[in-house]
Design a protein around this ligand. Structure first.
Ligand SMILES: Nc1ncnc2c1ncn2[C@@H]1O[C@H](COP(=O)(O)OP(=O)(O)OP(=O)(O)O)[C@@H](O)[C@H]1O
Length: 299
């Protein structure tokens, strides 16, 4: 049965103005559609998670994230916190961010008007969701180079989409050094070496268009792992176009795995992002788990 009551969380800062511009349209269309709704605009970082959690606890049948991957990340955290061990409140997404990786992977229409029109006829799709040290993520966790790039994107947002990530990468590469990571998959030690990055993926597409784990599926009950050996700047730059196409898989310095649980320890402080949101700059221990089918997305 389609849902006809929506708690809508709008991050007006997403998409470098695209979300703010979409706000008035969102109000008009929801009113014209005659569906019951409440639109709340986020006031600060972390606010979307709080709003989503209280909306789910208050019994709203669906919570809609209007923003990018960071907004979805927060809303997922709120919904999963409210769910406890029970079923999660369905998540609607209107992708008006810069990267919108998870929305694309989940099958949400890329066009925001189409996504909005779809909401009132959409059905919940059960997909996997991950946790890292108890915090939830929808699309993936990155440790090393990609986390350093996320930190740089956050410091200085220039451009949108892929250009934004490439610009940040250029700045990171000036001082990047590989970090030693001890990688255990489902309790088995796989490596203990300096790495350029380790990405633990629920979905295949990250950072606005890098197919770092091209075979990852958000409903296969598994995490896909891409571990890349220590590379110098020239090596990283050579690899980059291949990561955009997903053709880096098979190279001798790239190790692909699947697991349900990933443990990473290090004596080196590790930068870590979850869904592009920086969750640590100096982590020493990470416990990452997949929770099959626990998240429900309206598509
Ligand atoms: N009112 C607010 N003021 C400042 N920052 C906010 C506010 N509301 C949310 N945020 C933060 O804005 C950041 C960016 O949001 P989001 O990721 O959704 O957009 P984006 O970066 O444009 O898209 P994408 O992640 O898809 O590239 C997130 O870190 C989120 O926590």
């Amino acid at each position: 049965m389609p849902i006809n009551r929506f708690f809508v969380i709008l991050n007006a800062t997403a998409g470098r103005g695209a979300a703010a511009a979409f706000g008035p349209r969102l109000r008009e269309e929801l009113e014209a559609a005659g569906v019951e709704h409440l639109i709340v605009q986020t006031q600060r970082r972390g606010h979307a998670a709080e709003l989503a959690e209280s909306a789910a606890r208050a019994g709203w049948p669906a919570v809609v994230a209007v923003g990018g991957d960071g907004t979805v990340h927060e809303v997922v955290n709120g919904l999963m916190r409210a769910a406890g061990d029970g079923p999660s409140t369905p998540l609607g997404i209107i992708a008006v961010g810069s990267g919108n990786d998870f929305a694309k992977l989940a099958g949400v229409p890329a066009n925001s008007m189409a996504a909005l029109a779809r909401l009132s006829v959409a059905e919940p799709r059960a997909v996997d969701v991950g946790s890292v040290n108890g915090q939830w993520f929808s699309n993936g966790v990155g440790i090393g180079l990609d986390a350093q790039v996320a930190i740089e994107v956050d410091r200085r947002r220039r451009f949108r989409g892929m250009a934004m990530y490439l610009n940040a990468l250029a700045r990171v590469l000036r001082a990047f050094r590989p970090r030693r990571m001890r990688l255990e998959l489902d309790g088995v030690l796989v490596s203990d070496l300096p790495m350029t990055l380790v990405t633990i993926a629920n979905g295949g597409r990250h950072g606005g268009g890098f197919w770092i784990c091209p075979d990852a599926r958000i409903d296969d009950g598994a995490l896909d792992i891409c571990a890349c050996d220590a590379l110098g700047t020239a090596g990283i730059l050579r690899f980059l176009p291949r990561v955009m196409r997903g053709t880096h898989v098979g190279a001798s310095c790239v190790h692909m795995h699947q697991a349900r649980r990933v443990r990473i320890t290090s004596s080196d402080p590790l930068p870590v992002h979850a869904d592009g949101e920086i969750i640590a700059e100096d982590a020493r221990e990470l416990d990452i788990v997949i929770h099959p089918g626990r998240l429900r997305v309206l598509v």
